[in-house]
Design a protein around this ligand. Structure first.
Ligand code: G3P
Ligand code: MG
Length: 366
C-alpha cells in the first residue's frame, strides 16, 4: 500500500491533512463567490497543503474550468487539482475513442468539442440526429433554431451503430434527449429507427431489454439537485436519470430495468479517481510528506458526504467529511447522511480541521 496505515485515529508523524473540495455551494453559488472562499485557498496555498476540487459540474475542459475558478478567486490554481464529473471519461477513450458515441448536455458545439479534446473521434450530438431525422421529436418549436444551427447531417445513421450514449452535463432539450435515448436503448444494435426483436423476451436476462448490442449508457453526475443563485436547489443530471427510469419502466411494461453506468460523486469510481489525483498532487507539492487524513468538504449530504463516508481508500488514507451550510443542505435540518462535522462555511470548515491538527499535536497524538 503506497500510503499510510492509520490505527486508532492517530496519524503517523510526517503526515498532513489533505482537502477535497466540492465547488458549487462551497466556493460559488451560480456566479457569486461564497464569502471566505478566497482566504481559504490562500491559507492552504501558504501552508503548502495538498487540496483538489471534486465537482459534479462539468461542460468544459479541466483547464478552462480551473482558469475560470482561478479568475474568480483571483488566485492561481492547477488543472491537475481539478476533477469534474466527466473527468473519468478519459478512461473510456481506449474503448470508445474510435466508435460512434452520442454526447449529451450543454448547448451548441460545447460538448462535441469537449469530447473531441478528450480523444473521442466520432462524436454525434442530439442536434446531429435531428438534422438527419427531423421528425424524431415532434415538439421542436422551442429548440428548432438551435438544432438547425448546430446539427450536422452526416448521412450515417442507417449504416452506423451508436456504441455509447454519454451525458456530459445537464440536457438543454431533455424531451428530445429522452426520446433519442429511449429509441436507442430499444433499438437493434444501436441503429436509430430500428427495434430489437429481443425486447420483451422473458427467456432473456432483463426480459431481453438492452440485450442486443444497444449503446451503453453513461451518466456523469448522479446529483438530483444542486445549489444555484435561486433560493431553492434546482434539478441536476440526476433528475434526467429519474425521468429516464420512469420512461423505461413504462415502455417495457415494468419488465425491463434501465441498465446504465453512473460516475460522479458519490460513486466509488469517482472517489478512486479523485484519490489518485490528490495523491499525485500531494507528491508534486512535497514528495517527503504523506497524506494522513483526507477531508471532503461539501454542501450536499447525498453526494459529497455519503461519497466520502462510504469510500474505502486505496491509498491507506482516512477519509472524513465536513458539511457546509452554504448550499444544498438546509441548516438545522437532519442531513440525509451524517457528516463528521458541520461548519457554517468553507473557511470555518478548514479552520476546524487545522485547529484539530494543532490540538492533536499539542496532546501528542501525532
Ligand atoms: O451540476 C453541478 C452540480 O450538480 C454540483 O456541483 O460542485 O456541487 O459538485 P458540485
Ligand atoms: Mg455542491
Amino acid at each position: 500500500m503506497p500510503g499510510l496505515h492509520i490505527a486508532n485515529g492517530a496519524e503517523p508523524k510526517n503526515s498532513q491533512p489533505a482537502f477535497v473540495f466540492d465547488i458549487d455551494g462551497v466556493f460559488i453559488r451560480g456566479e457569486k463567490l461564497i464569502p471566505g472562499a478566497r482566504e481559504t485557498i490562500q491559507l492552504l496555498q501558504s501552508r503548502n497543503s495538498p487540496f483538489i476540487f471534486l465537482t459534479n459540474g462539468g461542460g468544459h475542459t479541466e483547464q478552462k474550468r480551473v482558469e475560470k475558478l482561478s479568475q474568480r478567486l483571483g488566485l492561481t490554481l492547477d488543472a491537475k487539482q481539478f476533477v469534474q464529473s466527466h473527468t473519468p471519461y478519459h478512461d473510456l477513450v481506449s474503448e470508445y475513442g474510435n466508435k460512434t458515441v452520442l454526447v449529451l448536455g450543454a448547448h451548441g458545439d460545447q460538448i462535441r468539442d469537449l469530447a473531441h479534446k478528450y480523444g473521442f473521434k466520432k462524436v454525434l450530438t442530439s442536434s446531429d440526429i435531428v438534422a438527419e431525422r427531423p421528425l424524431i421529436h415532434p415538439f421542436r418549436e422551442m429548440t428548432k433554431a438551435h438544432h438547425e444551427k448546430y446539427g450536422r447531417n452526416n448521412n450515417i445513421l442507417d449504416t452506423t451503430p451508436i456504441s455509447a450514449i454519454m451525458f456530459w452535463s445537464s440536457s438543454r432539450d431533455l424531451g428530445l434527449d429522452l426520446q433519442i435515448i429511449t429509441d436507442l436503448l430499444l433499438s437493434a444494435g444501436g441503429y436509430i429507427g430500428t427495434k430489437s426483436p429481443k425486447n420483451g423476451d422473458p427467456s432473456l436476462p432483463n426480459h431481453g431489454y438492452q440485450q442486443d448490442n444497444q449503446p451503453r449508457l453513461f451518466f456523469c453526475n448522479p446529483d438530483f439537485l444542486w445549489s444555484t443563485e435561486y433560493h431553492e436547489p434546482r434539478f441536476a443530471q440526476g433528475a434526467a436519470i429519474a425521468a429516464l427510469k420512469g420512461i423505461f419502466h413504462e415502455m417495457t411494461g415494468g419488465k425491463g430495468e434501465l441498465l446504465y453506468t453512473s460516475i460522479g460523486k458519490p460513486t466509488e469510481t469517482t472517489y478512486v479517481y479523485a484519490e489518485k489525483v490528490l495523491r499525485e498532487y500531494g507528491r508534486k507539492l512535497d514528495p517527503a510528506r504523506e497524506i494522513g487524513t483526507v477531508y471532503m468538504i461539501g454542501d450536499n449530504p447525498r453526494s459529497d458526504i455519503v461519497g466520502a463516508k462510504s469510500f474505502r481508500s486505496r491509498c491507506g488514507y482516512k477519509w472524513m467529511s465536513v458539511l457546509v451550510e452554504t448550499g444544498v443542505y438546509v441548516p438545522g435540518s437532519v442531513p440525509a447522511h451524517q457528516p463528521d462535522h458541520t461548519a457554517a462555511d468553507v473557511k470555518q470548515a478548514v479552520e476546524w480541521v487545522l485547529r484539530k491538527g494543532k490540538e492533536k499535536r499539542i496532546n501528542g497524538a501525532e
